[in-house]
Design a protein around this ligand. Structure first.
Ligand code: ATP
Length: 614
């Protein structure tokens, strides 16, 4: 759907051919609730508003331009020079505001607008519209204006249309409003379509009423009959039970014992359930700086819906801001099993791992609490705001520090003695799980969570399960983390969306295959993201990191390097500090030739068959 929406917006851009939009409407249009394009608003990655007012746009917008934008709530092209017929909105059932005033639209007002049950405002004034007004009768419609067109009357006498003043209809064709007396408009005497619809609805209600009444009477009769039968049965059962008790007292007492035992079990179960129902906030660090009451009083803001559940930012007065992850789709785990797995996660301590502050366990609710990473995630840093003036370039030294931080954290997870209990040390390594704190320190989150989730769900959504070995042998291992790390490096180097970690609804590229092809076909200069390829002196480092990434992506897990080896190699890559103007000027961007003067070694890829020219 994301791609379809993007194509629809691209078609609009093409139609408008406006230099500003041509420049600005590139890259991702939305990510979750963030919009990256001018005049667009998004919720959950879907376009909810298009606001392009007074931009001097011209041309004819095709009738089906908005068909795929089914989440659209607001559309405004006010004060442009758009022409042609008004578009078909019959697929945009969530539309509330349509503002097309002060344009050059002609033709009739489409009847498809009658199907918009949430429509609140329709502004079509100052166009060249003709025909008559459809019978708008939506109770939601509170603002309506078709003045200054060539529409003919009379106005349909619906309740909704009668509620608007003459100003909404003035300056139109014949039989609409009296131009000498602006207070008088002509309404059709009887709203025949409305009346017959009303009659039809009333008949249907009457039929349903009768059917309902008959059903209730029948059910009552049936209930009386059944309850009499039930009473008889209970009486009979009581008599039989008395007889049984007498028999057992006379014989052995085994029945009584087993009854007592089962009572104990029931009580134990009830107590443990009650305990689980109540729940507790358990702190993994001594100095968390807040308690359960603070958390319950906190103001919450949704950060997104992830694989493990919804994530919220909780602000507490005078306390550190935290992030609460509400877990869902977990394996059926008892309190004890859950606690054991949490302890393994909490035991992982590394400067580049986001520590688990606390957790909450009850029968119906399982929460994880983390410290809030102020500077957001690397996915947004890398892909967000491209093509806009707000975009701050994400340069080589910052990308290298992300690669270093993540490698260090992964090495720690892989070597940790507790790792033997964890089948997949991280399992879900992707850019949205790499965070930056207020000092831009890299923090890897969501490690170890895969051990809590049910396998069928993990197999569908978790990054490690998209590795070649899972496709071939249905197994994942630490080497699957290395593969995910390779994909992550390629995303950092190319600035392209990776298919393995792209959010739902967004199509990414299979970067491992893409880069292999680029290297084979020797268009290496196009591999690197423009924001870093302009940093000429960083070229040797970029090429080294690319080489590491390609080795990590090897289809055969055993051929992939260990994280320790990777950390050592990355430590030898130099970050370039000088970001001087000359170096960054776009016309000096790297070509294959400039790579060849910068680098000194020959990179051998895929068992020595293809070479990356340097
Ligand atoms: N501690 C945190 N500080 C700041 N932002 C966070 C924190 N934890 C998560 N986020 C952000 O909140 C959003 C939702 O996170 P969540 O982990 O639920 O989903 P995800 O990372 O998109 O997917 P997945 O569940 O597969 O990891 C993401 O943008 C994530 O980067």
């Amino acid at each position: 759907q994301y791609e379809l929406e993007r194509s629809a917006l691209y078609a609009l851009k093409h139609k408008f051919n406006d230099p500003f939009l041509n420049d600005n409407w590139t890259g991702l249009q939305c990510y979750e609730n963030m919009a990256f394009w001018y005049g667009i608003q998004c919720i959950n990655g879907r376009v909810t508003a298009i606001l392009l007012e007074g931009r001097g746009l011209s041309g004819t917008v095709s009738a089906d331009a908005f068909v795929v934008l089914s989440e659209l709530v607001t559309l405004s092209f006010k004060n442009n020079s758009l022409s042609g017929n008004i578009m078909d909105f019959s697929s945009n059932l969530k539309l509330k505001d349509i503002v097309l005033s002060k344009n050059m639209f002609d033709g009739p007002i489409p009847r498809s607008l009658l199907s918009l049950n949430f429509l609140e405002s329709l502004q079509l004034q100052e166009n060249h519209l003709t025909g008559t007004i459809p019978e708008f009768n939506q109770s939601s419609l509170t603002a309506f204006n078709v003045s200054n067109n060539n529409i003919s009357g009379p106005i349909p006498g619906t309740h909704t249309l009668k509620s608007f003043s003459a100003a909404s209809f003035s300056n139109n064709g014949p039989n609409m409003c009296d131009s000498s007396n602006s207070g008088t408009c002509y309404y059709s005497e009887n709203d025949t379509a409305g009346d017959s619809r009303k009659k039809y609805v009333l008949t249907i209600f009457l039929v349903f009423d009768i059917i309902g009444l008959v059903t209730v009477i029948l059910l009552l009769i049936l209930y009386c009959k059944k309850s009499r039968q039930l009473k008889k049965l209970i009486e009979r059962y009581r008599l039989e039970e008395k007889d049984d008790d007498l028999e057992l007292e006379e014989g052995s007492n085994s029945y009584k014992e087993s009854k007592y035992e089962s009572n104990i079990h029931a009580e134990e179960k009830r107590l443990s359930n009650a305990n689980e129902e109540k729940g507790n906030l358990i702190f993994m660090e001594d100095e968390a700086g807040f308690d359960l009451n603070d958390l319950l009083r906190a103001s919450a803001e949704g950060l997104g819906k992830g694989l493990f559940g919804n994530t919220f930012k909780a602000k507490m007065e005078g306390r550190p801001t935290v992030v609460v992850k509400r877990l869902r789709d977990l394996k059926p785990l008892s309190n004890e099993e859950f606690t054991k797995l949490i302890q393994i996660i909490a035991d992982q301590k590394h400067p580049n791992l986001l520590p688990l502050l606390a957790y909450y366990y009850s029968k119906d609710e399982k929460l994880f609490v983390y410290r809030y990473a102020k500077n957001g995630n690397i996915f947004n840093r890398l892909h967000g705001g491209r093509g806009t003036r707000d975009r701050i370039p994400f340069r080589w030294s910052s990308r290298l520090s992300v690669a270093r931080g993540v490698a260090g954290a992964l090495e720690y997870l892989h070597l940790n003695p507790n790792a033997s209990h964890c089948p997949v040390p991280h399992g879900n390594l992707k850019l949205s799980n790499i965070l930056l704190d207020e000092n831009d320190k890299v923090l890897v989150s969501d490690y170890g969570l895969t051990s809590l989730i049910a396998l069928p769900i993990a197999a569908q959504r978790i990054v490690s399960f998209k590795s070649p070995e899972y496709q071939n042998s249905k197994r994942v291992s630490r080497k699957s983390d290395v593969w995910s790390y390779g994909c992550l490096l390629l995303e950092l180097l190319t600035g392209r969306l990776s298919a393995h970690s792209a959010p739902p609804g967004i199509n990414g590229v299979d970067l491992c295959s893409w880069v292999h092809r680029a290297v084979r076909e020797e268009w290496t200069a196009e591999i690197f993201d423009m924001e870093i390829s302009v940093q000429r002196s960083a070229a040797p480092g970029m090429l080294k990191l690319l080489q590491i990434a390609i080795r990590c992506c090897d289809k055969v897990p055993e051929k992939r390097p260990e994280m320790t080896e990777i950390v050592r190699e990355i430590d030898n890559i130099k970050a370039v500090e000088s970001d001087d103007e000359e170096e960054l000027s776009a016309d000096q961007s790297l070509t294959d030739e400039s790579y060849s003067t910068n680098a000194s070694s020959v990179m051998v890829v895929g068992g020595g068959r293809s070479r990356l020219k340097q």
